[in-house]
Design a protein around this ligand. Structure first.
Ligand code: IMP
Ligand code: MG
Length: 176
C-alpha cells in the first residue's frame, strides 16, 4: 500500500478549516459557558488542533478514544461495535458539546457517540467531520459541519491512518 493520489492538499485543508471555524464562531456567538470540543482520537487530533486555534468563542478541549474497527489496527472493515477506550474528562452535563471527528464512513461511530453524549444530559450535541465518504451510510446521522466530500476510497494523512502509518502527512491522499 502506498499513497496513490492527493485528494485534498494542504492549502485546501487550511482554507476549509478556517471557514468551518468561522461558521462555528458565528453559530455559537454569545455563548456564556465555554463550548466543549471533544476530539475523537486518534484520527481527529490534527484537525482538532487546527480548528480550535481559529475559534474566537470561549471553548475548552477534551479528548476521547474509541475503536470501531476490529482488533488489528490494519483492518479496514468495521467490527460492528464501538468501544470507548478512553473517556472524556470534562463534565458534559448542561454543556454545549461539539464532537470533532476525522471521517464519516458508515456513521456507526458518530451514531453511537451522539446517543451516548445525549444520555449525559448535555445542553446540546453537534458534530463536525472533516471528511465525509460518499457511501451509503448504514447508520444515518445528521452532521452539522462537513469539511469535504470524497469518494469511497481509503484515505490517509492529516490524522488519518492505515495501520497507524501516514497520520502526519500534511494532505489527505488515497491509498492504493
Ligand atoms: P464509521 O463508524 O464507519 O463512520 O467510521 C468512522 C471511523 O472509521 C473514523 O473515525 C476513522 O477512524 C475510520 N475510518 C473510516 N474510513 C477511513 C479511511 O478512509 N481512512 C482512515 N480511517 C478511516
Ligand atoms: Mg476515528
Amino acid at each position: 500500500m502506498e499513497v496513490k493520489k492527493i485528494l485534498i492538499n494542504r492549502n485546501q485543508i487550511e482554507e476549509r478549516v478556517k471557514e468551518l471555524a468561522e461558521q462555528i464562531n458565528r453559530d455559537y456567538a454569545g455563548i456564556t459557558e465555554p463550548l466543549v470540543l471533544v476530539s475523537i482520537l486518534k484520527g481527529s487530533f490534527i484537525f482538532m488542533a487546527d480548528l480550535c486555534r481559529y475559534l474566537t468563542i470561549p471553548h475548552v478541549v477534551d479528548f476521547m478514544a474509541v475503536s470501531s474497527y476490529s482488533h488489528s489496527s490494519s483492518a479496514t472493515k468495521a467490527s460492528g461495535n464501538v468501544r470507548i477506550i478512553m473517556d472524556c474528562r470534562e463534565n458534559q452535563q448542561d454543556r454545549d458539546v461539539l464532537i470533532v471527528e476525522d471521517i464519516l464512513d458508515s456513521g456507526h461511530t458518530l451514531d453511537y457517540l451522539i446517543k451516548n453524549f445525549k444520555s449525559r444530559y448535555t445542553k446540546s450535541v453537534k458534530t463536525i467531520v472533516l471528511v465525509r465518504k460518499n457511501t451509503k451510510m448504514s447508520y444515518p446521522v445528521d452532521i452539522d459541519y462537513i469539511g469535504f466530500e470524497i469518494p469511497d476510497v481509503w484515505v490517509v494523512g492529516y490524522g488519518l491512518d492505515y495501520a497507524e502509518q501516514y497520520r502526519t502527512l500534511p494532505y489527505i491522499a488515497e491509498l492504493g
